[in-house]
Every structure is written in structure tokens, then in C-alpha cells.
Design a protein around this ligand. Structure first.
Ligand code: SF4
Ligand code: SF4
Length: 360
């Protein structure tokens, strides 16, 4: 049975979308600039750069763009190559680009079994464009092809009058309710995206009984001070350039495309996380980047049982998502943790000085 060796969060530098969600992070930065990621390296090369040997085992790679992930068509071939390497892949999508799903449905069954979609349910945009049925048809297409999926809503105050409609449609088309995430503003302390008081916000959205929401609520706003293995057990990779960072904060630790015949350089961030809170901890923390934290496994946050008894995750995907990073990686002792912290602090300082010099 496959166990997760590393979780690699892959950024695809597409900064455009066929939707215009009012709460979108690119919209918050006025970045709808029609930029579609252009892959410099071939899917074959990217697959080799991310081989099981280089990564040390079977990994989970999450593919997410700054806009709609599947707009850049090359993402499909890259996904296929990564799956052929033996890894598991998650794709974050708004579920609207039917021709892309038709191509993916032709992947061999074995690969589809290792593929998972996070379908973001942007109800107001789907309604505005009159494509709600199209969205659910695409989910059905991927389900029938043998892939796993989850359906997730980004809660926002404008959506509240439509909660009953969303529940009704979801029960009709999915046989269950969607999961709920927590929207965030991209300002300094990354607060939740709502005008409500926190307790009221929780009350409104907890009616979906979503494990994802419950877990995100439990970690939202909590600054992480523990030793975090991001940079070693997980990474944040620009899939186009190959730049690998420890996490959303921290330093660049390697470029994985420069020489694909040498091992990748990993370096954990340790106690140096500068983020105000771990807003994507539903992945990083539930896979176990901070092993002493008691968290639900990732499958619990993504799966749903439908009224016909079927589940959103295939059996293999569920088992893989149940595994934790500490099962395939060794924890460091206190002496080595201290050494790592010293090394990382020094590197952060150096990169700050370098940044200042470049700016000058
Ligand atoms: S679908 Fe996603 S990327 Fe597109 S506008 Fe909505 S939130 Fe932004
Ligand atoms: S605590 Fe979360 S945000 Fe901070 S480095 Fe670890 S995984 Fe990244």
C-alpha cells in the first residue's frame, strides 16, 4: 500500500480565469491580466525531474494556479507524466472547462485512480453564466472515469441568501452537501473574508456539517511555533520555473530543473515559519508537517458519503490520503533541530541582504 513520502504544493503561474468571483485572491490584487502559464520544459522533463527516485518515494502533488488551473492546456500532459511516475495528483479547478475533462477522461484507468479533483463550487458565477448543470456534468464525467473528487464552497457573505438553493442542488446532483473552506483576505494578518463576527460566521456555515470547515476553523488564526518539516517533508514548487521554496514563507531551497540527475536539496523551515497562521494547514498539517499535532487525516477532510452509499474518494485514494508523512520520514532529534534552525536563520538573513542589494 502506498504511503505519502512528500506533499508538494505546485504553483502554476496562470493569472487569469473565465470566472470573476468577487472574493477571488487574484481579483483582490487586480491581477486578472490574461497571463496563461507557458511551460518552458516538456511534460517528459518535468515528470523526470519529479521522479519517485528523486523525491524519495510516492508523493502527493497539488496543482493549483493563480487563476483557473486548467486554462493552461499543458497542465493535462504534465499531470499525466507525474501520474506515470507513480505519484498521486490533486487538481484545483472551477470545473467549467469541459473539453479539458474530456481529455483527462481518456487517461488510463490506473492513472485516473491516482487523480483527485478539488471542484470549487462558485455558485454565483455558475448561476450568472447559466452553467450549473455543466459543472455537475463535469464532476460526473470525472467520477465515472474513475477519479476521486471533493466539492468545496468558499463561503462569503453575498452567498448567504442562496444557502437553501445550494443545499437543494447539491442534494439533487451530488447526493450530499459540499464541503466548506474559509475564505481569507490577503492582507498582512490574513483575516477571514467576512463582515460578520467570527462566532456568527461559524454559525452560518457550520450547518453544512463539513469536516474541512471544522478543522480549518480549529487552526485559523493560530500562529504555528512548533518545529515544522515544510521544506523537507513538503515543498512549494513553481511548476513552470522549477523554483522550490520551503513553504509560502521561508527561502528558496533549490531549482529542481537545473540538473535533474542530482538529488533535490531539501531543508526544513523548523521553528522559522513567519506566516500569521497556517491557512492551508488542512493539507500541510493534516498530512503531518508538524508531527506532534494531532490532526484528522486528509481523507476525512475531503471525502463525503452520498445518499446512494457511494463515496467521493476511491478506495486507493482514501487509503493514500490516510497516510501521514511521519510514516515514511524520520523525525530529527533536538540537536539536529537546533542545527537546522541556526542554518535556516542564517540563510534567511543572507537572502534578505541579497534582496536589499538587488533592490539598490
Ligand atoms: S474560479 Fe477561482 S480563480 Fe477563477 S475567479 Fe473564481 S476564485 Fe478566482
Ligand atoms: S506552519 Fe504551515 S505555513 Fe508555516 S511553514 Fe509550516 S506548513 Fe508552512
Amino acid at each position: 500500500m502506498d504511503k505519502i513520502k512528500r506533499f508538494i504544493d505546485c504553483y502554476i503561474p496562470t493569472e487569469t480565469c473565465n470566472f470573476r468571483c468577487q472574493y477571488c485572491y487574484i481579483a483582490q490584487h487586480r491581477k486578472f491580466n490574461n497571463k496563461v502559464a507557458k511551460f518552458i520544459y516538456s511534460p517528459d522533463y518535468i515528470g523526470k525531474a519529479l521522479s519517485k527516485e528523486r523525491l524519495g518515494g510516492v508523493c502527493m502533488l497539488n496543482l493549483c494556479a493563480g487563476g483557473e488551473t486548467l486554462i493552461a492546456e499543458e497542465v493535462i500532459d504534465v499531470t499525466e507524466k507525474i501520474l506515470e511516475e507513480g505519484h498521486y495528483v490533486m487538481i484545483v479547478t472551477n470545473g467549467s472547462l469541459t473539453d479539458r475533462f474530456k481529455r483527462i477522461a481518456k487517461f488510463p484507468k490506473k492513472l485516473l485512480n491516482h487523480l483527485f479533483f478539488k471542484f470549487s463550487f462558485h455558485y454565483l458565477e455558475l448561476k450568472r453564466m447559466n452553467i450549473i448543470d455543466n459543472f455537475f456534468d463535469n464532476i460526473d464525467m470525472m467520477k465515472n472515469a474513475g477519479a476521486s473528487f471533493t466539492v468545496e464552497i468558499t463561503p462569503n457573505d453575498e452567498l448567504e441568501p442562496y444557502i437553501d438553493d445550494i443545499k437543494r442542488i447539491s442534494m439533487e446532483r451530488l447526493g450530499t452537501l459540499p464541503h466548506i473552506t474559509i475564505g481569507r483576505k490577503d492582507s498582512e494578518d490574513i483575516p477571514p473574508l467576512t463582515q460578520h463576527k467570527w462566532e456568527d460566521y461559524i454559525k452560518i456555515w457550520e450547518q453544512f456539517d463539513s469536516n474541512l470547515f471544522k478543522f480549518k476553523e480549529s487552526i485559523f488564526g493560530i500562529k504555528r511555533t512548533e518545529f515544522c518539516y515544510a521544506g523537507l517533508w513538503s515543498g512549494y514548487l513553481n511548476l513552470v520555473t522549477g523554483d522550490l521554496r520551503q513553504c509560502y514563507c521561508g527561502i528558496k531551497i533549490d531549482n529542481i530543473y537545473e540538473d535533474i540527475n542530482r538529488p533535490i536539496k531539501f531543508l526544513p523551515i523548523g521553528n522559522n515559519c513567519t506566516m500569521p497562521h497556517c491557512y492551508n494547514g488542512h493539507a500541510f498539517l493534516s498530512f503531518g508537517d508538524i508531527p506532534e499535532l494531532d490532526t484528522p487525516s486528509y481523507d476525512i477532510l475531503r471525502n463525503r458519503k452520498c445518499k446512494d452509499g457511494k463515496e467521493w474518494l476511491t478506495k486507493d485514494m482514501r487509503k493514500f490520503m490516510q497516510s501521514k508523512l511521519k510514516e515514511s520520514n524520520e523525525e530529527l532529534d533536538e540537536i539536529n533541530k537546533k542545527k537546522i534552525n541556526k542554518k535556516v536563520k542564517k540563510k534567511i538573513l543572507l537572502s534578505k541582504i541579497k534582496g536589499k542589494v538587488i533592490r539598490k
